[in-house]
Structures are given as C-alpha cells and as structure tokens.
Design a protein around this ligand. Structure first.
Ligand code: G6P
Length: 506
C-alpha cells in the first residue's frame, strides 16, 4: 500500500463517512491511501451479521460462495486492497482491515440490492449464464441500476488505485467495470475473471444489452474463465455481436477515435482452493474426532452420503433427492444402512426462484423422511445453515460418498475441498459433467444429473466401490489438486496479465 495525500483520484469516498470500523475489525485504508494491487468483487470476504446468527464473530462472518473461498487466501498474502460490498443494505462502513486484508466497502442501498443485486445480477445474468435453467427476466430498470452500481465500484477503484496499479475485477456482477476503468485510468493493468460459466452466443443473444456487456469486458487486458469453452463462447459473442476481429483468442480494442487502445485476451484459468488449509484441518485430531461424532450421532450408518451447496437451482439438489428417494423406494439403500446429509446454505432468499426452490426442496425432504424414517434412523439430514470451514472438513471426513450433481456450475469448489480432505485416499466423488471441476477431476464418477437412472446407478457404484478402486481414483484426483492449488491459479493469471502482448495480424 502507498500512503498518499489528497492527490488521490476522485472525490470523497462513500465509504469514508459515518460508521466507525465495525467490532472485530481494525481501521484500514484511509481516504487517500492508494494501492498497487486491487481486487474488486461484488462481495467483500466478510459479511455483516448479528451475533445470534451461526458463524457470526464480532459482527462479521465469512461471505458465501466459491469466489471468496478462492480469493481470500491469496489476499491474506498480498499487500493489496479488496473493494466490495459488505452485505448490509444502506450501511456506510469505513475502510477497515479484517483477517489481515485491507477492505474498502462500497455501499448498496435497499433499492440497489433489489434492482442491481437481486434483479439484474441474480434474476437476469445468473440464469442466463447457467443454461437458462430458470427463465431470465429482462427489465430496463434493473439494467439502469446495474450500470449505476458498476460505475460506483469503478469509482472506488479509481480513487484508490496507484499509478500503473494492477486491478483484478471479479465476476458477472461487475462486467462493465473493466471498460469504465480503462476510460478513466488508461495507466492501469486490468484483469477480469468470470467465476461462473459464459453462455454460448445462441443463449447470450437473448440479452438486450449484450453489446454493452461484451464491450465492458473487452476493457480488460485479460479476461479469464473457468473452462476453455467459456473463453471460446465469449470470443464468439465478441465476433458476432460487436463484429470484433478475433485471432488466437485476442481482440484489438479501439477507442472512440478509432485508435487501438489495447489488446484484450481471453483464456481459461481453472480456479482452485487453499489446499494447505484443508489438508491441515483434515489432520487435526479435533476435526477427526468431530467426524466420528457425526457418524455416531447419525446412528453409525454403514454409508454417509453428503451434499453441500448454496441453496441454488443450478446445483441439482432436486435431481439428487429424486434419485435418492427412488433408491430408497427400490430398497437399494435403507435408512438403517445409509444417511444422506444435505447442507443447503441460505442464498438470495428474496429472489423468487430461490424461494420456490427452498419450498420444493424442503417439501421433498419432508416427504422422503416422513415415508422412510424410523424412530432410530433418518433418510435425509437436511441442514439449512452455513458452517465454518472446520465443521465442513469434519463433514467431508465423515462422508463416504460426496454428491455434486450441478446442472451447470462454473467450477464447484466443494468437489475439490472433499478430495483434498480425504487424506487417507478413501471415499468416492460423484460429479456432474456440467461442473467445471469435471475437466480436472477426471477420475471422479462423472454423470449427467438429468439422467435420473444414470444418477442412481452412479450413486450405487459409489456406495459399493471397492477400497482399491476408490484409492486409485482418489490418489489421482488428489494429485491433480495438490499440484494446482489456488496460489497457482492467481499467480498464473497475474503472470499472464503482466505479459506484454503483440498480435501478429499479418
Ligand atoms: C457464486 C458467485 C459469486 C457469489 C457467490 C455467492 O460463487 O460466483 O460471485 O458471491 O456465488 O452468492 P451471493 O449472491 O450471496 O454473493
């Protein structure tokens, strides 16, 4: 961090004003502080909470989702700042430090949350980018709010970025930020990473503001994706909707005067996890003991199956429950022998599709348990909570079979966490081929979750897998992840961003 005087760009920050740094946090960046490295994402790694909520410590808890899981470890080791929303509506919070990271909060009003976050981000883009599993809604008021809020995030960066700084913008909520930064601060190195899939042009075509989104992303020097198919989809859309001339996944981007401002590149960088943290936790006696206690508390079933997801319609929880219910009906599994633990962490609860999903999932769980439970044993132990990472690792250790049945998922870090936690090389991973993780975890039991019979067969293969086969598969998957942890992901991206690119147009 470079401490500077008021020569910083822009005017007074919305983050400076009223609220002192919250409990449990130390005062961080001041108004004029500038940084050589900045990450910007919709969410900060911590969320405001009240002390009666699970996982809440000193007014803050870890934010949900894979983005934070992946970026937080890198940021604790970096001398940079993280710009993002702190999770509470209408609350102005001063810059502060938490867990060793300098955080610069951006305020969202109740209206911004409704239109920008719940609306355009999570009821337009999210379903559109996930194979239209739910129908996306298109509203001009949501789009106006998306533009306005993207401008606010860009302004916060512009104020705090040192001359020539590297800025790494994250995810679908902020796709206009790269271009806004480029226009105001051509001195910056701008990277963007999309944590979720990028849809094929045939689906992206539905978006009324498709040109502005592509244009916004092309403001970056490097646009990173989870899979090479996502990078290909993006470049095909750039060609189709902006008439860009794409060569080797690169585009010459021109300014208003027609002059080339920079070359934008698209490339895949599959994200990963903090392998060291999970491996160390998995060896802690208290974490191992807790895993054994979980099994005892469930009545010592022979097999524990586990699902861990944000309660999101992309995760295929309904398909998983359907397959499991049929296995119980067919007496392929019994409640005496097996229990399915389903952790469904609360998510986007005011968005209609998420409300409907919760009703449906909870109705189905109630129906399954009502039909199959006995006084002693339960079919599905359903937990609508989020848990600290220690408890998650205990669950991974307790689970003989992990079920990741996403209908579409950018990566799915839960799959990678499970494999990393299995330090004894046992356990079986059932993994959807529609999760980005399937590209790396090729020794998982891969399946198509839409095919319920196929899913049932795959679950049974996992339940009955011989130790030698389980060990062979788990070893190979663990090697892949141990060799590709999240530090490598971020350093690969930042190295590629720093490279000087010349495009041969001959
Ligand atoms: C996914 C997205 C993230 C998002 C997270 C949690 O991982 O890629 O950008 O932050 O879900 O969702 P939420 O809407 O609670 O931020």
């Amino acid at each position: 961090m470079q401490a500077t005087d008021s020569a910083g760009h822009g005017t007074q920050s919305t983050t400076e004003a009223t609220r002192p740094a919250a409990d449990g946090a130390t005062t961080g960046a001041a108004a004029g502080d500038q940084f050589d490295f900045m990450v910007v994402s919709n969410r900060l790694p911590v969320d405001r909470c009240s002390s009666d909520e699970t996982g809440c410590e000193d007014g803050w808890r870890r934010s949900p989702g894979g983005l934070v899981t992946a970026l937080a470890p890198m940021m604790t080791k970096t001398d940079g700042a993280w710009v993002g929303w702190h999770g509470a509506p209408d609350e102005t919070v001063k810059p502060f430090s938490h867990g060793g990271i300098d955080l610069i909060p951006v305020q969202l009003s109740t209206e911004d949350i409704e239109l920008f976050y719940e609306g355009f981000s999570n009821a337009t883009l999210w379903p559109l980018y996930h194979d239209v599993i739910a129908p996306p809604e298109f509203h001009r008021t949501w789009w106006d709010s998306y533009r306005k809020v993207n401008r606010r995030f860009a302004d916060a960066v512009i104020r705090h970025a040192a001359e020539g700084a590297t800025v790494w913008v994250q995810d679908y909520q902020l796709q206009l930020v790269p271009k806004l930064l480029r226009e105001a601060r051509p001195d910056l190195k701008i990277g963007f990473f999309n944590h979720i899939p990028f849809p094929p042009p045939e689906i992206f075509a539905q978006l009324p503001w498709r040109r502005a989104i592509i244009d916004g992303l092309l403001g970056a020097d490097l646009v990173g994706f989870q899979r090479s198919s996502d990078a290909g989809n993006f470049m095909r859309s750039a060609r189709r909707f902006l008439g860009a001339s794409v060569k080797q996944q690169q585009v010459h981007v021109r300014g208003a005067d027609g002059e080339t401002t920079h070359i934008a590149r698209a490339q895949a960088f599959p994200i990963s996890i903090d392998v060291k943290q999970i491996s160390e936790l998995a060896k802690k006696p208290e974490v191992i003991e807790r895993a054994q206690q979980i099994r005892r508390d469930l009545g010592n079933p022979k097999t524990i199956l586990l699902g861990v997801d944000r309660l999101d319609y992309t995760k295929g929880i309904r398909h998983r429950l359907k397959a499991y219910e049929e296995l119980l009906q067919d007496a392929k599994v019994t409640v005496e022998d097996a229990t399915l633990i389903q952790v469904a962490s609360p998510s986007r609860e005011r968005v209609e599709q998420y409300r409907l999903l919760r009703e449906e999932v909870e109705g189905t769980v109630g129906h399954i348990n009502g039909t199959f439970d006995t006084m002693e044993s339960t079919a599905v132990r359903y937990l609508h909570h989020s848990y600290p990472i220690e408890e998650m690792v205990s669950l991974y250790l307790a689970a003989d079979v992990m079920l990741v049945t996403a209908l579409r998922d950018g990566m799915n870090l839960v799959a990678k966490e499970y494999v990393t936690a299995r330090t004894n090389n046992d356990g079986a991973l059932v993994l959807s081929e529609f999760a980005g993780a399937a590209d790396q975890l090729k020794q998982a039991l891969l399946m198509n979750p839409h095919d319920i019979d196929g899913l049932k067969d795959t679950i049974m293969r996992a339940v009955n897998m011989q130790p030698a086969e389980a060990s062979r598969r788990m070893r190979a998957m663990r090697k892949q992840i141990l060799d590709h942890d999240v530090d490598l992901w971020s350093s690969d991206f930042l190295k590629a961003l720093a490279e000087k690119v010349v495009r041969d147009d001959s």
